[in-house]
Design a protein. Sequence first.
Length: 586
Amino acid sequence: MTRPILVTSALPYANGQPHFGHLVGAYLPADVFVRYHRMIGSDVLYICGTDDHGVANTLAAEKEGVPYREFVQRGWDVWNDVCGQLGISFDNFSQTCREVPHYALAQEFFLRCKKSGHIVRRDIEQLYSPKTNRFLADRYVVGECYVCGHDDARGDECPKCGSWLEANRLKNPRSRTDPEDKLELRAAWQFELDLKPFSEDPLVKPWLTEFRKGLKTNVSKFVFEKMIEGEGLESRPITRDLPWGVPVPNVDLDGQPIEDVDGKVLYVWFDAPIGYISSTMEWAERENKDWRRYWIRKDGEDGARLVHFIGKDNIAFHCIVFPSMLAWQQVDGDYSLTGPGKGEQYVLPENVPANEFFNLEGKKFSKSDQWTIDIGPFIEKYGVDRTRYYLIAAMPETSDSDFIWRDFKARNDKLANAFGNFASRILKFVAKHFDNRVPALGSETLDRVTNEVRTRTEAMARAIEEYRFRNALDEFLGLAEDGNQFLQDTQPWQLRKTDLAACGAALHQALQYLPALSALAQPFVPGLAASLRTQLNLAPRGAGPLLPSERLAEGHALGEASVLVAKIPDEVIASELEALRGTPED
Ligand SMILES: [Zn+2]
């Protein structure tokens, strides 16, 4: 029996304004992976939701004077719309502010980690705001990064060097909401998750060895060279004094009170990834399915393949922190709990394919600087398939990359030529000279096309399994180029005048590229794949193996040919650049 596959995309902050950088980072590659696996008939589930408890949300909601719950609901609507427009095909898109089932599960995670001895209570000094009479959670604080010196580091993390930070160690700390507020260090306490034993933990260690082998170099370097073997792991606070979040439970698993936790909530990085599980539970409840099939494995069994797609700012959480939380749910004793029971444990991730950053024409996307592209209008204008095609082709898989308007046109036009024109040239020709039916193969064979389709299909499958989506896309386009080369070599246009049977035989072969192309296109550009199938007069493709490829039989009546991909005129790109830069191009 093949293993189920559980795919997650990073939970977006409800307050975040989605831009193409987010979408190519964690959503589009996951969607390609999931669509591919659905196509070949895998048992695959795709889960996401918004991350609602971040301090970024409370900050923004307070600034606007909107209740937290209303604020994050708006954020969910925005993300749900944008992902829908781009065809991101989640099986469930939840919210971490939903008390059922998320709050109870997050509290259980806390209690189990505590019972298994991984949570410590620590007295700390915390920045206090005399003006507002409260301790400031770390993102309410900005200051100078004590690792790289960046002047505008957040209290939890430096946006420049990516280091985890402690707010009370920032140089020149100031309140983000009120720079005049003279912050003071005062005594406080929080619960912390002690990550020090992580890499030597008996459950974690064997997993970590395997996990490392499969990671992309950029991810592996960060996790192992920078974090585990470099800086080393410490304990991290998992509670905060905030009015918005999952309340810290006040009774432990054994019914003993946990003192003094009024006003404390689980810190967002602890509760957010649990959202992957609660979103799965929500899906299972709705669909009458079993969420445990994807999250729980029995001792000695492999369990599901868990794959987290994320942006590079989330690597540490998904490769170290969340796995530690999953592993540390083991507790002895008879408790009535939701998670793994005796002889069971949560699955740990098989891979965490993280992408790098995606910029716009050499600069960061920025709504406030108007250096951006509005996703909705863009997709309306250029269509979802061309948008997906370009974003996948330009994806920052191994290093940062850019949205470049001229590159968008160049790649689109290449798709139009190699793929779109290839299909429509053949189909129009067959309509005109062969009554729109697949001509006879005669004494020719399909060896060449069969071999090329097999080579490209296998290479695409390998690239997708290795999270090399740009290469996978190249194989799709490469098969279209193979088809063009076939036409070059056999010249059916010439043959028609001299040998109609030979012309028909060449077209019979050339036509066989098209069902294969519709399959290879499906994970990337599902709309184009479907249009091509309509033009071939084929029913939607059922799930199943890609090889052997479908064959169009002699005499099969084809559909009506039309333009699959239109080219983009130069003037359109010039006016887009002018709108972006605010001036005409030189
Ligand atoms: Zn820094």
